[in-house]
Design a protein around this ligand. Structure first.
Ligand code: HEC
Length: 261
């Protein structure tokens, strides 16, 4: 007896169990040379292909670790979090009036739920036996609609974003490569009044931005040290003499010069 002969199991959701026998495709053993044994031939090939992809992906992730974005900056209130590109279409959907505000549940659960739920219904909505696209109009139209709306929403969302600005904002914080000259006469002053917010290497911390690459002049830094900024640095932090202030500013600028090299 040929392998598989007489087996009537059909694992195809598009063919209902009570169809007349004539519509069930011929047994695979009727096509000699175009079929193969599941075990071991087919399974071995599948396993080989799977291993190649797995090893490939492992090499890719080792060679290109996923990038870390910039350090989260709690003082930056203008930062707009954005989902990764493959979720932009869902994000864009929430901007439409019919899917936001009072209808936010519709945008968050309703519409995506119907769209993904339709995937479950697809085999029942379109259960013709044909395999060509024109024989399966409902499935094809549903797929094209989903594809078109996903592409359109992603494109619209992406076109609203200033990617260059974002890329600049998302630069990973460089490691502390700047030498800090702790023997500089301004270091002690920095350590006492500024380090807690601006970090031990001037690279910024949880409560203050980096002072490396600051665009302020020496005078402006002096003023900021005494009067703070409107944007969040409190006034009155530095209470030393003018001479000490000069040393402090000189220290900050010296580190900046070293960092610029
Ligand atoms: C309580 C925390 C805190 C302390 C202490 C502090 N700063 Fe700041 N500093 C900030 C914050 C927050 C900002 C950002 C404010 C803004 O964006 O306007 C800032 C901004 C600055 C800036 C402007 C940075 C730029 O390039 O825009 C300078 C210069 C500065 N600080 C200098 C100092 C100096 C010098 C000291 C020590 C005398 C000091 N800061 C101590 C919190 C602090």
């Amino acid at each position: 007896m040929k392998k598989g002969k007489g087996m009537k199991f059909v694992g195809d959701s598009r063919i209902s169990a009570d169809r007349t026998l004539s519509r069930i495709p011929k047994d695979y053993s009727e096509y000699p040379g175009r079929t193969e044994a599941f075990w071991p031939n087919f399974l071995l090939k599948e396993w080989l292909a799977g291993s190649v992809f797995l090893v490939g992906f492992m090499c890719l992730t080792l060679a290109h670790p996923s990038p870390l974005g910039g350090l989260a900056d709690p003082t930056n209130s203008s930062f707009i979090p954005l989902p990764d590109w493959y979720f932009l279409f869902l994000y864009e959907l929430l901007k439409y009036k019919f899917a936001s505000g009072d209808y936010i549940l519709l945008g968050m659960i309703g519409i995506p739920g119907i769209a993904f739920g339709a995937l479950l219904l697809a085999p029942f909505l379109d259960n013709g036996p044909g395999r060509r696209p024109h024989q399966r109009p409902i499935a094809v139209i549903m797929m094209l609609l989903a594809l078109a709306s996903t592409v359109w929403l992603t494109y619209t969302s992406a076109s609203h974003v200033n990617w260059e600005e974002r890329a600049a904002m998302d630069q990973p914080t460089p490691p502390n490569s700047v030498e800090i000259d702790t023997s500089h006469e301004g270091y002690g002053l920095y350590e006492a009044s500024c380090l807690s917010c601006h970090g031990d290497a001037l690279a910024g911390g949880a409560a203050g931005p980096s002072l490396i690459g600051t665009e302020h002049t020496a005078e402006e830094i002096g003023v900021i040290a005494r009067e703070g900024t409107e944007g969040g640095m409190p006034a009155g932090i530095f209470t030393g003499s003018d001479e000490e202030l000069e040393q402090l500013v000189d220290f900050i600028l010296t580190v900046n010069e070293a960092a610029a090299e």
